[in-house]
Design a protein around this ligand. Structure first.
Ligand code: 13P
Ligand code: SF4
Length: 302
């Protein structure tokens, strides 16, 4: 407890001293999410908020692609990621050369790229999307077919919702791919009346078992409007339920979950160290930054 309180106090002081703000993703642990963050949200909200930060330093309590997106959208700021190892299985599944090959194979088909990718991959794309706006982004293109990379399950789930044909890539989120339809059916049997919310990075058979599917912010909003004393299962990363349980003590959360090892590399100690040493600064090569920024800005304009 002493270390925890000491880290929180130090982080609050260091933020003042260095004119820094902390942006935290919904998968951060409650002590980060509730005690030291200035802005919290899903990938889309963090990108939007990063654009208008006026402080000198942005500390991204999230993973690398989120820090890179913040840097692309607000390049004059110092963006720090508290762990250089906070990657993402989706971002690692595809390279810029893979996208070039896809374009050669499917000439003229627009490339819609999930934000969970490197700046290099975004730079080869027509437009980005997040789980919160994928449907809107795809529909905005007014085409019958898109290349939607790299999350195969998100692409399949969105194809079902929009009727647009998708050419997919075999990337998966290592957290969401582990959920199965059987386990959801078992939880429903154990808790009649259970409300099931699933992230669209889950396999389509899992999403088919849910009452609602949406981004982490979509799930948050759903819980906020749920009846008091409902029993809710969030089919997503573990910290989501922990954070929402603090905000909604009347809701009962069933807590099977899968941890994201990348998100969990960000700790209070790592954030404190980042602020003390101004590490690790995110940089994006200018030749890549310009087209990558364009793909994100097109998404934000939808
Ligand atoms: P959202 O918060 O945008 O739903 O994305 C979840 C995610 O994959 C973050 O790792
Ligand atoms: Fe990547 Fe999945 Fe972790 Fe999000 S939860 S950072 S998509 S591995």
């Amino acid at each position: 407890w002493a270390t925890f309180a000491d880290d929180v106090a130090a982080i609050l002081r260091l933020k003042e001293e260095h004119n820094a703000v902390i942006l935290a993703h919904n998968y951060q642990t409650p002590e980060i999410f509730h005690c030291v963050s200035d802005i919290v949200g899903d990938s889309l909200a963090l990108a939007r908020e990063a654009q208008t930060v006026e402080a000198d330093i942005i500390v991204m309590a999230g993973v690398e692609f989120m820090a890179e997106t913040a840097k692309l959208l607000n390049p004059s700021k110092t963006v720090l990621i508290p762990s250089a190892e906070a990657g993402c299985s989706l971002a690692e599944s595809i390279t810029a050369d893979d996208v070039k090959l896809l374009r050669q194979r499917y000439p003229g088909v627009p490339v819609v790229t999930y934000v969970n990718t490197s700046a290099d991959v975004k730079a080869q794309s027509d437009i980005c999307c997040t789980s919160g706006n994928a449907k809107k982004v795809i529909e905005s293109l007014g085409v019958e077919e898109v290349i939607m990379i790299p999350d195969e399950f998100l692409a399949q789930n969105i194809a079902k919702e929009t009727g647009v044909k998708v050419i997919t890539w075999k990337g998966h989120c290592e957290v969401h791919e582990r959920f199965t339809p059987q386990e959801i059916r078992e939880w429903r049997k154990a808790y009649p009346g259970l409300v099931v919310l699933a992230h669209p990075e889950c396999p389509p058979e899992v999403v088919a078992e849910a009452d609602f599917s949406g981004s982490t912010a979509g799930m948050s909003d759903y819980v906020a409007s749920a009846e008091k004393s409902s029993r809710v299962l969030l089919v997503t990363e573990c910290s989501m339920s922990d954070n929402l349980a603090v905000q909604h003590p009347d809701v009962n959360f069933v807590r099977p979950c899968n941890l994201c090892p990348h998100m969990k590399r960000i700790t209070l100690a790592a954030i404190r160290h980042a602020l003390e040493t101004q590490t690790v600064p995110v940089t994006v090569d200018e030749a890549v930054a310009e087209p990558a920024r364009l793909a994100i800005e097109r998404m934000l304009a939808v």
